[in-house]
Design a protein around this ligand. Structure first.
Ligand SMILES: O=C(O)COP(=O)(O)O
Ligand SMILES: [Mg+2]
Length: 300
């Protein structure tokens, strides 16, 4: 269904579809739940992207998934036989790295970043010159013990001035415990890649990044600055990098409090909600006027 600030319209026939396509020159595609579910490509994804390309539409991929870097994403697309260049991809790991560089103004070579998450976050930060700690360090896979953790043996690293936390499918007590030690330091910033409470996979709804970041928020008593959708910093980065005319853009997504909110608050020309991922209720097209936000902290 397509939504603007006015009432949503359900796309039920080719005339409505054509009218919808004609309105936009750029489509911002969410990935998980829209293009694929894990390694399962959703039906017609390739055909739809090819059709839009043939119509001369610009395609941009905007995902809250921080587990992969933009470069790794090009490989994931290629594994499905879809050719996409790195400059078409914006993920929450990259958005977080931009936030660290442009808003927190942390200095590569001086400030170090502790990451809680998979390789995508660290890779994007390292591309900007930051030294990262934590993340997928294999020593964090070991059971936690205050007496033996190598991350406590010589005290915390004094040069760490920021924690960036996102989805980590290897989440364990060791990672949570050391990350908390850094968050207990007042001079250490707290950045969350994305607020998504859940994460869609084929046949399952799994815990998302937000459920892990919120665990760290609860134990530390702090609020993170979330950088992925619906944060407007991410949209501004995309709009200026791709020189987009917002009124000609449509955000295609599967989640209300991230994708649809991103499109509506970002004043894009329109939004298209698909029901192949998180939001599954067929009656959703009768949306209330206000989109639920799950208490997202937006910092700019
Ligand atoms: O990683 C997530 O939680 C969601 O990613 P998506 O924005 O591509 O749906
Ligand atoms: Mg999604």
């Amino acid at each position: 269904m397509t939504m603007t600030n006015s009432d949503p319209i359900k796309i039920t026939n080719t005339e409505i579809a054509q009218e919808f396509l004609d309105k936009y020159d750029t489509f911002l595609f969410d990935c998980d739940g829209v293009l694929w579910l894990g390694n399962h490509l959703l039906p017609n994804t390739k055909e739809i992207l090819a059709k839009l390309n043939s119509l001369g539409k610009q395609l941009v991929f905007v995902t809250n998934n921080s587990t992969k870097s933009r470069l790794s994403y090009t490989k994931k697309f290629a594994s499905f036989g879809i050719e996409v260049t790195q400059d078409q991809i914006f993920n929450s790991g990259y958005a977080s790295a931009v936030y660290v560089r442009d808003f927190l103004k942390l200095v590569p070579g001086k400030d170090k970043i502790w990451t809680f998450g998979e390789s995508g976050v660290a890779e994007e930060l390292e591309l900007m010159g930051y030294e990262t700690l934590g993340g997928s360090d294999a020593r964090l896979d070991e059971p936690f013990d205050v007496a033996t953790s190598p991350f406590l043996a010589n005290g915390l690293d004094e040069d760490v001035t920021c924690v960036v936390a996102g989805l980590d499918t290897k989440v364990n007590y060791h990672r949570l415990a050391i990350t908390l030690q850094y968050l207990r330091k007042e001079n250490v910033h707290f950045v969350g890649t994305n607020v998504d409470s859940t994460f869609p996979q084929k046949g399952y709804i799994l815990p998302g990044a937000g459920s892990m970041v919120e665990s760290l928020a609860f134990s530390s008593g702090r609020r993170p600055a979330y950088c992925g959708k619906p944060n407007m910093n991410m949209l501004n980065t995309i709009v200026s990098a791709k020189k987009l005319e917002k009124s000609k853009c449509c955000m295609v997504g599967d989640r209300l409090n991230t994708d649809m909110r991103f499109g509506v608050e970002g004043k894009l020309g329109g939004t298209l909600l698909v029901l192949s991922g998180i939001e599954l209720k067929k009656g959703l097209w009768k949306l209330p006027k206000n989109i639920p936000d799950q208490n997202i902290t937006l910092k700019s």
